[in-house]
Design a protein around this ligand. Structure first.
Ligand SMILES: C[S@@+](CC[C@H](N)C(=O)[O-])C[C@H]1O[C@@H](n2cnc3c(N)ncnc32)[C@H](O)[C@@H]1O
Length: 254
């Protein structure tokens, strides 16, 4: 992750646009979620914690699976949006460094687009505490696929923090080493987000790198994004598919 804007400011920037976030961020491929849960799939009554659940983009995919879901999210605006959309869900206020659950409560902890915001030295032992033995920690990230030329052109304008093509894809970059966890593995999954020039501009407005800009700079960036999408053949003519790659990494509690 790059250092533009302070990390903690960016980590908690999303609540300012919670409704827009819920409306315009992509979901996750069900195959990635099933792969993440595969090591605990045969357990009785699998319980999953969606940590840093935001407005519930990953939670919604989890709720389609035969598992019980608990959400934890620190930002009140994001959690309120999640509860408006998924009423009846257990959604608790808390952070990865201080999870409001008892020891050995869940079979899996899934983290969508958020592990990079955690303090891993505190979060990994805390996640291990709430996991049952052999339980899974899996982190997922949706990346715009900037191996596609028009997507790379867009990334030049948005100044996105980490490009898929530049990500190192090693353990240290995804889920850092920790004595409490073993069996690291990772996979990528192709995914798409159906967008128009207008709705992709809205999506980009919910990226932390955009959210922490001052108002004028943000408007300028989004104006350039919209002009680019309106003048690029692949995106100018109505609905199109933004190509995404979902990176999933998982480890198991010893
Ligand atoms: C990019 S959003 C991802 C939300 C959701 N998981 C998704 O996939 O759409 C990042 C989320 O991480 C939350 N967050 C930031 N720092 C956190 C921390 N230390 N512990 C738990 N959640 C955190 C933010 O409030 C925000 O909702």
């Amino acid at each position: 992750m790059d250092d533009s804007g302070s990390k903690s400011r960016r980590a908690l920037s999303f609540g300012a646009r919670a409704a827009q976030y819920a409306e315009h961020r992509p979901d996750y491929p069900v195959e990635a979620v099933r792969w993440a849960l595969e090591p605990v799939r045969d357990r009785e009554q699998v319980r999953v914690l969606d940590l840093a659940a935001g407005t519930g983009r990953l939670t919604q995919v989890l709720l389609e699976e035969p598992v019980a879901v608990i959400a934890v999210e620190p930002d009140d605006a994001m959690r309120t949006e999640l509860l408006n959309r998924l009423s009846g869900l257990a959604a608790l206020k808390g952070t990865a460094e201080d999870i409001p659950l008892p020891d050995e409560r869940v079979d899996a902890v899934l983290v969508g687009q958020a592990f990079h915001w955690f303090d891993p030295e505190l979060a990994l032992p805390e996640i291990a505490r709430v996991l049952k033995p052999g339980g899974v920690l899996a982190a997922l990230w949706n990346h715009d696929d900037d191996r596609v030329p028009w997507v790379a052109g867009l990334a030049d304008i948005t100044g996105t923090g980490v490009r898929y093509s530049e990500r190192k894809h090693d353990r240290a970059d995804l889920l850092p080493e920790n004595d409490l966890f073993t069996a690291f593995s990772q996979r990528t999954f192709d995914h798409v987000h159906r967008r128009t020039a207008a709705t992709l501009t809205e999506t980009i407005a919910t990226h932390s790198v955009t959210l922490v800009k001052d108002e004028q700079e943000r408007a300028e960036t989004l104006g350039r994004v919209r002009a680019y999408l309106d003048s690029t053949p692949e995106t100018a003519g109505g609905e199109f598919e933004l190509p995404l790659v979902t990176i999933a990494a998982r480890v198991r509690k010893l």
